[in-house]
Design a protein around this ligand. Structure first.
Ligand SMILES: Cc1cc2nc3c(=O)[nH]c(=O)nc-3n(C[C@H](O)[C@H](O)[C@H](O)COP(=O)(O)O)c2cc1C
Length: 175
């Protein structure tokens, strides 16, 4: 079947369906966020949705060129900072301030409530910046708590399917 790329919406419109493309951007220090992304890719990548996972290493603001659907999957370090591999992307967005009205995104944040003052600030920082730049968030920002005993990849697996329904609805409206 011929797929017609629909620039900026993250969708390929075909005769009968809208195939969604989702890019998961991973900010991580010790790999937990990457496990979450792998689980989400396994769970969500099917005939109707294509999932691409990218570590944030070496990325800059151009990763969002053309908009589309993204999931920011990031932990928190230092004094509530984004992880080292996310810093270049975060700082480039802050410096260049691209207009991101074609971007739809979700945030799966990883943190630990033991750090009460800065709990889940990595995800929060990305969320606030992307909203400032005109992007549209899909659903609520997730705040996983490492001290809760709930495995983040298990939590993500359940949450992801519901989040994708919201994202699909938004993509169909935009197509
Ligand atoms: C040195 C250090 C600093 C941390 N600082 C914070 C913090 O400020 N806020 C927070 O919510 N979690 C903080 N965390 C918890 C991590 O974000 C959490 O364990 C996360 O699941 C790690 O994911 P990752 O392996 O993908 O980096 C910190 C963890 C470490 C080891």
């Amino acid at each position: 079947m011929n797929a017609v790329p629909s620039k900026g919406t993250g969708t390929h419109v075909t005769e009968n369906e809208v195939a969604l493309e989702l890019t998961i951007l991973v900010g991580t220090m010790t790999g937990t966020a990457q496990l979450v992304a792998q689980e989400l890719e396994l769970r969500l990548d099917d005939g109707e949705t294509r999932v691409y996972t990218k570590l944030m290493d070496g990325q800059d603001a151009s990763v969002f060129d053309g908009g589309g659907l993204f999931l920011i999957c990031t932990s928190t370090y230092g004094q509530g900072d984004v992880p080292d591999n996310a810093k270049a992307l975060y700082e480039d967005l802050k410096a260049k301030r691209p207009e991101l009205s074609q971007l739809r995104y979700g945030v799966f944040g990883l943190g630990d409530r033991t750090y009460a003052e800065t709990f889940n600030f990595g995800g929060k920082r990305f969320d606030e910046l992307l909203t400032e730049l005109g992007a549209q968030r899909i659903g609520e920002r997730v705040k996983h708590d490492a001290s809760s005993g709930v495995l983040p990849e298990e939590f993500a697996s359940e949450w992801g399917a519901e989040w994708l329904k919201l994202a699909r609805r938004a993509a169909e409206q935009a197509a």
